[in-house]
Design a protein around this ligand. Structure first.
Ligand code: NI
Length: 475
């Protein structure tokens, strides 16, 4: 019953009481109605108390409240309406399934009260919490409490995931990333062993519950601050600890499989003198990347190439020459998809495919990652086991396709010390621009360095995996 309907019933109760007052000894059917209304009122109070246990604020949606004192059982259910139709349909379906499972369970002969008949004092309560991440992932946490008429309550917790923009449900494994379980396992064990009041209540078999291959870490919510895990009473601690929540920050959940980045070689560069990094995306291209490499070789200069894994497979000799000339080679993804639109599992697959292509072509991993379109966010950064690099001077070479315009764009940028220049290695005009730009920059007194060398020598930092070196960094 919706709350609005309840108030209508409440009004009729008041009216009935008034009638009873006028006509003492009212018939038994109105007495029954009075009992039912009183029970409904009690149920409303119990449901409201249960619902208020949910953590606020809910990050999306308005609550739908259902209170029914009815045969065979009673229900006090609250769940969200997000305004996204297909997601709301799936949520309503999930709630209907919980309710059907409850009915089925408590109609079993062994669960009926002593009277042998289902009792409306057996009640199901449902409440929820919602978490919404910046990229539109909704984690819906459903808390369920079964209150049998004459047995102890039973509580359970379910977590459902939805992609709001796509209007689809997501499986937890689609949202996990490389070393997700391993990192969660290591973090929770350390945290609960070292932190009061948990360390003195931790059950002896905690290692089994918190093992990376246990189902414990299948159940999580993604929040703005990190990955939220719930531990139910008696799962890890005595019942007096209640429900335990733990948020693990994303930086602690990030893949750490990649070895720490080695410091790039900056011998031969003078950190006091101006330096600039040229970068070329979307290659390799045998002809135009080849011409760019000719120029670099002629002037004994280096640049950074952000290559596509699919083209690295096709033109390994070009990438081998990039390495041979002392250039840096980073990943620009396997085939230029927008990473903000990829699931964590898809990102992980891309990283693996690019790694295979690089290993096969040059026997080493890409040292950097430049997201296609420069599109990334905190979630994506967390999935990438390489430093993420954007740029600070955009030549718009892909748009002008004109060497003179590229030169003009660079000159317009003013002082280039510490900057990263964006170009594309696949256009003839960009190769022509490079043939003018390299001698120009050298004449102006700039040292040409790779991006990793720039971060190390100019900014005094060894590039870190999963960290974004964005537009503002290279100013
Ligand atoms: Ni690109």
């Amino acid at each position: 019953m919706k709350l609005r309907n309840f108030f209508a019933l409440f009004l009729s109760l008041v009216l009935l009481m008034g009638l009873n007052g006028c006509a003492p000894g009212a018939n038994s059917s109105s007495a029954l109605i009075t009992v039912k209304l009183k029970k409904t009122q009690e149920l409303n109070t119990r449901a409201a108390a249960y619902w208020s246990e949910s953590k606020k604020p809910q990050q999306i949606g308005e609550p739908v409240s259902v209170v029914e004192y009815a045969a065979p059982f009673s229900y006090g259910l609250q769940y969200p309406k997000t305004g996204y139709q297909s997601v709301d349909d799936m949520i309503a379906q999930a709630v209907a399934e919980r309710r059907a499972a409850f009915d089925k369970k408590y109609l079993l002969p062994e669960n009926l009260p002593e009277s042998g008949k289902p009792s409306a004092d057996t009640a199901l309560f449902l409440r929820y919490e919602t978490y919404l991440t910046e990229d539109g992932n909704l984690s819906l946490v459903l808390f369920e409490r079964e209150e049998p008429a004459d047995a102890a309550p039973v509580t359970q917790l379910y977590i459902l995931h939805y992609d709001l923009a796509a209007g689809t449900a997501q499986k937890p494994e689609d949202l996990m990333w490389e070393r997700f379980r391993e990192n969660a396992s290591a973090y929770t064990q350390k945290y609960f062993l070292e932190t009061e009041p948990y360390k003195k209540g931790l059950f002896g078999d905690y290692k089994k519950t918190l093992a990376s291959d246990s189902s414990t870490f299948d159940r999580f919510a993604l929040t703005d601050d990190g990955v939220l895990f719930y531990f139910e009473p008696y799962q890890l601690f005595p019942g007096s600890y209640g429900l335990v929540r733990l948020i693990i920050p994303y930086e602690d959940m990030r893949a750490k499989a990649a070895p720490p980045q080695a410091a790039p070689d900056i011998a031969g560069f003078d950190a006091e003198k101006p330096m600039v990094a040229l970068t070329f995306d979307d290659g390799p291209n045998p002809r135009n990347t080849g011409a760019i490499l000719d120029t670099l070789e002629q002037y004994n200069a280096v640049a950074t190439f952000f290559d596509l894994g699919s083209l690295v497979e096709r033109y390994p000799a070009v990438v081998q020459r990039e390495i041979a000339l002392g250039c840096e080679v980073g990943s620009h993804s396997y085939n230029h998809k927008d990473f903000k639109k990829l699931s964590n599992a898809e990102i992980s697959n891309d990283v693996k495919a690019v790694s295979r292509a690089f290993q096969s072509a040059i026997g080493q991993e890409p040292t950097l990652f430049r997201p296609p379109y420069g599109n990334t966010n905190q979630r994506v950064n967390g999935q990438i086991p390489m430093p993420l690099v954007l740029w600070s001077v955009d030549t718009l070479d892909w748009k002008s396709r004109n060497a003179t315009s590229v030169m003009a764009a660079v000159k317009k940028a003013g002082n280039l010390d510490g900057k990263v220049i964006l170009m594309h290695g696949i256009y003839e005009s960009s190769a022509e621009a490079t043939a003018q730009l390299v001698p120009y920059l050298l004449e102006e007194g700039y040292q040409l360095v790779t991006v990793s060398q720039l971060i190390e020598a100019k900014y005094g930092e060894t590039p870190q995996p999963s960290k974004l070196y964005g537009y503002d960094y290279f100013q």
